[in-house]
Design a protein around this ligand. Structure first.
Ligand code: AMP
Length: 228
């Protein structure tokens, strides 16, 4: 007999899109709005590099070249992070999966805990605009808020709107040269995931060439429905 208790699986959302599409910016906005946890494998890898862990040491040169870190390293890092208590609220995956092997590993991991992907949202952009977007971006070292020389400056130059921090950082791989390799990797290894999730009926597409707030509005609608 049922005891009347119901358990709702925590939502799992995926943001797909090339570097510069705005995955991180939008994931942070969704995190605030829906009380989910943003999981960026790029951030986790950068933390591993900074901490000098074995995975970080193996990943550093690959990241600097704009190539993909091995599936094994990334899947292990993601699996460990997903097991943290805060992820029970639900997650927005930003930058994972990036290969079919990773997508299949994610399906298996979620199946173990009775979870499923609520939506895989593809941020659709023109490659040509990505170099400008990436070359001008920087983040607050204190809270991680993202800014851009051209598109999103803080109200006071050099001071974070969100936390008041003044330690602004630019990523080592956010330069015109590396962006080229990162776009090549995206099209060769990650873009096939659009068909992968299309085939599973979980794909949604958003025009991510629009203004940040307009894209956020479009995403809110999709997420609202996907987690309902
Ligand atoms: P991102 O912050 O998502 O732009 O990722 C920065 C870099 O970290 C990428 O260019 C890759 O070298 C590496 N990386 C991040 N996520 C993954 C992933 N899921 N698979 C392989 N490499 C990744």
């Amino acid at each position: 007999m049922m005891d009347g208790a119901t358990t709702t699986a925590a939502p799992v959302l995926i943001l797909l899109g090339p570097p510069g599409a705005g995955k991180g910016t939008q994931a942070r906005m969704l995190e605030d709005k829906f009380g989910l946890v943003q999981l960026s494998t790029g951030d986790l890898l950068r933390a591993a590099v900074a901490a000098g862990t074995e995975a970080g040491l193996a990943a550093k040169a690959v990241m600097e070249a704009g190539e993909l870190v091995s599936d094994e390293i990334v899947i292990n890092i993601l699996r460990d992070r997903l097991a943290d208590a805060d992820c029970a609220k639900g997650v927005i995956l930003d930058g994972f999966p990036r290969t079919t092997v990773q997508a299949e590993a994610l399906d298996a991991l979620l199946a173990e805990s009775g979870q499923k992907i609520n939506a895989a949202i593809s941020l659709e952009v023109d490659d040509a605009a990505m170099v400008t977007r990436i070359s001008g971006r920087y983040t607050c070292g204190g809270c991680g808020e993202g800014y851009h020389d051209e598109f999103k400056q803080p109200a006071k130059d050099g001071v974070c709107d969100k936390c008041g921090g003044t330690d602004m950082k630019r990523r080592a791989d956010d330069n015109a040269e590396t962006v080229g390799s990162r776009l090549v990797a995206y099209h060769a290894q990650t873009a096939p995931l659009i068909a992968y999730y299309g085939g599973k009926g979980s794909l949604q597409k958003v025009d991510a060439m629009k203004a940040i707030d307009t894209i956020a509005g479009d995403l809110n609608e999709i997420v609202q429905e996907a987690v309902a």
